[in-house]
Design a protein around this ligand. Structure first.
Ligand code: F6P
Length: 343
């Protein structure tokens, strides 16, 4: 069987171990797996490898960040000619299945293609951890680790200079990255997109923490809603998502704290540093397990599915359900952790 594999959307640690897991299991089944370069763009522009992937191509990938297949944010459903090109390329190469590693957008395309008769299997990845039908996505744990290290370093400076420091982290419209970073890094306040911004309460907590220990740390998600007049949302990507990093949430929050409390305040942004580097051990294992299970889906011709983590088990879920709704931080989880910073 000829199978194509691609990685789409923002890269994250774990993609390479997942490719490795998929190829290793697929070779046991006797499949010929072809790398498709740059996500869906690779099917639009026929960027398909000439030779199938071998053990030698993938075995050294366990500790490598990024994606050897490269990535792009390409939405072929924006243009009928591109969509036709995708179908033509699949036919030309005789692919019986396409395995897509991606988040909501990439897997959204895989889900639509499946409904049009193309055999697709999805593997969930995103540092945002916002995909439904899976308890975790790989990339998330590694990103949080980077942020926690950053927060630990910022604490040294905040303490030394008696400052307030705000760390802005990614995560789009879900606050998972901010929440886990803030809890693991012992932040004094955490701002999530799911919780309406209350600047007064934020400043009160910052002042109380500062009064106790002479500094304070705040983690702010890039997706936090700011008072409307304070920011303008402009640039959007191929899937219509606002480029949230350009709103400079951390800087806005820092200025507001300084203005209202008079405390010297700085902001820092980890940005794309969160997406690079070696995957954590958790992400390596999760990605490997998901990759192997995706090969099994192809073998069983169980298409239109996404492999997923439920508890400690790898299961399959309909792609459509996975991309239908964003998985945000439940209020009960946030509320249960508030005691850690409302002191
Ligand atoms: O979806 C992953 C993510 O890192 C988001 O957290 C962030 O908003 C976005 O991608 C940034 O996208 P880009 O790499 O296109 O700037």
């Amino acid at each position: 069987m000829k199978v194509g594999i691609l990685t789409g959307g923002g890269d994250c640690p774990g993609l390479n171990p997942a490719i490795r897991g998929f190829v290793m299991k697929a070779l046991d089944y006797g499949f010929a797996v072809y790398g498709i370069r740059e996500g869906w763009k690779g099917l639009v522009n026929d960027l398909v490898d000439k030779e199938p992937l071998t053990v030698a191509d993938v075995e050294e990938l366990i500790d490598k960040g990024g994606t050897v297949l490269r990535s792009s944010r390409t939405n072929p459903y924006k243009d009928p000619a591109q969509l036709q090109a995708v179908k033509t390329t699949i036919q030309k190469h005789g692919f019986e299945a396409i395995v897509a590693l991606g988040g909501e957008d990439t897997l959204g395309v895989a889900s639509k293609l499946y409904k049009e008769g193309i055999n697709t299997v999805g593997v969930p990845k995103t540092m945002d951890n916002d995909l439904s039908e899976t308890d975790y996505t790989f990339g998330f744990d590694s990103a949080v680790q980077v942020n926690v290290e950053a927060l630990d370093r910022l604490r040294d400076t905040a303490r030394s200079h008696s400052r307030v420091i705000v760390l802005e982290v990614m995560g789009r419209h879900a606050g998972w990255v901010a929440l886990y970073t803030g809890v693991a890094g012992g932040a004094d306040y955490i701002l999530l997109p799911e919780v309406p911004l209350n600047v007064e309460e934020l400043c009160t907590q910052v002042q109380r923490a500062y009064a106790r220990k002479g500094y304070a740390l705040v983690v702010a998600s890039e997706g936090v809603e700011l008072p409307e007049e304070e920011h303008k949302e402009t640039k959007v990507d191929a899937f219509g998502h606002v480029v949230l990093g350009e709103r400079n949430v951390g800087e806005w929050v820092a200025k507001e704290i300084e203005k209202r409390t008079g405390l010297e305040t700085r902001s820092a942004v980890t940005g794309h540093i969160q997406r690079g580097g070696a995957p954590s051990a958790f992400d390596r294992v999760l990605a490997s397990r998901l990759g192997v299970r995706a090969a099994q889906c192809v073998y069983e011709r169980d298409f239109g599915k996404m492999v997923a983590l439920h508890g400690n088990d790898i299961v399959v879920a309909p792609l459509e359900a996975a991309v239908g709704t964003l998985r945000t931080v439940p209020k009960a989880l946030y509320d249960s952790l508030v005691p850690l910073f409302n002191k």
